[in-house]
Design a protein around this ligand. Structure first.
Ligand code: MTE
Length: 329
């Protein structure tokens, strides 16, 4: 039995209980946003107990170190942003470690300014109450960061970082530290943890290089039909989602012949960081196996690769074109 604190439905795709790892079954998506009870969860440690007097310390390279309470932060202007949160490890399991939410909170920049950052501050170290930590550049924190308290119009659930968490729009989920308790501004980043959340690649001369992961790469998925569906011949409509951390989705191409030919899908934009919903219809009259595929392109012109770049040695940022095989009868 799951503890009520996890706020989960019984039919979830629970991958691990401790630490909690729950994938999102895309087929359950009805609207634009992932319902709270379906939102994927990626924890590294136990979910900490709800704190009755939450506070956020801002320390390090600042003029006025501060221990902020809800009242100190509440007077800042509120900000809302639709955004996909995607785990850098999405694409390995059967379901997805990505969800689309309407985040609400305060700009991280406004929160940091309460402690007056010094010019020497280049990185922001973020510490969660569960012992998890990450560091991001000051640019990432001030341009793309939110201190979020609400998701889809509701207070954050304990599993998603209640009462507040960081959310970095357009960046993979590992930086969006939950149960945020302490922020330290510093001139250097935290040392990386082994190969965790790092790009590991082999350069042309064979050297292995480690780098931070990039912004979220352009990606699209087919929601329906599900793989291995048996469908009657005739009109078949593909539905899916597409997103990118670099720019809005400009086009999605769909294929009903395994990627040999493509046709443009209709897209309903999700804004700068949210996912776009797309659909494409085909009239298919031949019985047998059919292979659908989709491929998105963002405003920067970046598109999904057909194959994984072989120089990448890590298992992160999977965004190759998705294929879904079905049978037409
Ligand atoms: N923050 C804390 N404190 N502890 C964690 O384990 N996991 C990170 C990030 N923030 C994590 C965390 C990872 S890897 C991801 S992908 C996202 O939270 C997942 O957020 P979610 O569980 O709300 O979907």
């Amino acid at each position: 039995m799951l503890p009520p604190a996890a706020g989960l439905r019984a039919d979830h795709r629970l991958i691990s209980f401790d630490p909690l790892l729950v994938e999102f079954d895309l087929a359950s998506l009805e609207g634009r946003y992932t319902p709270l009870q379906d939102f994927y969860i990626r924890n590294h440690f136990e979910t900490p107990a709800v704190s009755s007097h939450p506070s956020l310390s801002i320390e390090g390279e600042v003029e006025s170190p501060a221990k902020l309470t809800y009242r100190d932060i509440a007077s800042l202007p509120r900000h809302q942003a639709p955004a996909v949160l995607e785990c850098a490890g999405d694409g390995i399991g059967e379901d997805v470690l990505a969800s689309n939410g309407l985040w609400e909170g305060w700009r991280f920049d406004d929160v940091l300014r309460l402690a007056r950052p010094l010019a020497t501050a280049r990185y922001v170290h973020l510490y969660g109450r569960d012992g998890y930590s990450r560091s991001v550049s000051i640019e990432q924190a001030s341009q793309d960061g939110l201190l979020a308290m609400r998701l889809n119009g509701q207070p954050l659930l304990p599993a998603h970082g209640a009462p507040w968490r960081a959310v970095f729009l357009g960046w993979y989920g590992m930086d969006s530290v939950k149960w945020l308790a302490r922020v330290v501004l510093a001139s250097s980043p935290l040392p990386p943890v082994a190969n965790t959340y790092l790009r590991v690649l082999r350069d042309p001369s064979g050297n292995v290089i480690r780098q931070p992961l990039p912004r979220v790469l352009v990606k699209s998925l087919i929601i329906s039909p599900k793989p291995q569906s048996v469908l009657p011949i005739g009109q078949i409509t593909l539905r899916g989602v597409a997103w990118s951390g670099k720019g809005t989705i400009k086009s999605v191409q769909a294929s009903a012949d395994g990627g040999a030919s493509w046709r443009p899908a209709e897209i309903d934009s999700g804004g700068r960081y949210g996912w776009a919903l797309w659909r494409a219809s085909f009239h298919l009259t031949e019985r047998g196996v059919v292979e659908f595929a989709c491929r998105a392109t963002d405003a920067t012109g970046a598109t999904q690769p057909i194959e994984r770049d072989r120089s990448l040695l890590d298992g992160y940022t999977f965004n190759i074109v998705e294929h879904v095989r079905c049978v037409l009868v």
